[in-house]
Design a protein around this ligand. Structure first.
Ligand code: DX5
Ligand code: ZN
Length: 219
């Protein structure tokens, strides 16, 4: 099963409810929510209040990607706000095992994120405990960046690790995902596809989702 996850970072925040309804009606599977603190990443997006409000207007699962320092301090607010998936970065979470356990104990899918410069092999001791791994295919912080080609190799390497150590773990890819690379990403082994600008900046957002759904339905 493959999942299309539009990232609301590229949506028009003045019409957020309407934008989410469009992608939901078009067949989006999961809403990806980017939380940025202007410290771990050089941009500030939005916080738990937005998640709480979005929770009221969609029945789709909410996938909360935390690009923040001190994630442990904020995770309870996002759990309470209605997140269904929460992911934290490997690079700034010292006690990753504990953080992942906190998320899972709340009955929420827990994921670890790796930046483009972070190798896959460091996941060896955490992979059996996570529900998904998010492979960043751009440096986190902004929508609309160019896909980093090396990400294919990382996804393939991760897929091999998953087959050996945790068959239930899903692979999510985030950054520069579009109709032009989604088939190759499926072939590499990805299961969840975050798409921000390629959906919300499209002239026809419904068509953008339909095309992405069609592309993954071949796999
Ligand atoms: C980047 C975010 C992404 C972003 C993707 O730091 O994690 O989720 O919204 O945007 P696009 O699809 O435009 O690269
Ligand atoms: Zn993201």
């Amino acid at each position: 099963m493959k999942f299309i996850c539009p990232s609301i970072l590229s949506a028009d925040f003045s019409r957020l409810g309407e934008e989410i309804r469009i992608v939901e009606d078009a067949g989006a599977d999961i809403i990806h929510c980017d939380i940025m603190d202007g410290s771990f990443v050089p941009n500030i997006s939005f916080g738990a209040k937005v998640i709480r409000d979005v929770r009221k207007i969609t029945s789709l699962p909410l996938d909360v990607h935390l690009m923040i320092n001190n994630a442990d301090m904020h995770i309870p607010e996002f759990i309470k706000a209605g997140a269904n998936f929460i992911s934290v970065h490997y690079e700034n979470n010292t006690h990753l095992h504990r953080t992942i356990s906190t998320i899972k104990d709340a009955g929420i899918k827990a994921g670890v994120v790796i930046n483009p410069a972070t190798p896959v092999f460091i996941l060896e001791d955490i992979i059996s405990t996570v529900d998904f791994v998010l492979v960043m295919s751009v440096n986190p912080g902004f929508g609309g960046q160019k896909f980093i080609e090396h990400s294919y190799n990382k996804i393939k390497e991760l897929k091999d690790m998953i087959i050996q150590l945790n068959e239930d773990c899903l692979i999510e890819v985030d950054g520069g995902v579009s109709i032009h690379n989604i088939a190759d990403l499926c072939n590499a082994g990805a299961d969840m596809f975050v798409a921000g600008s390629s959906v919300f900046n499209a002239v026809d957002k419904t068509q953008a989702i339909t095309k992405l759904k069609e592309a993954v339905s071949q796999f």
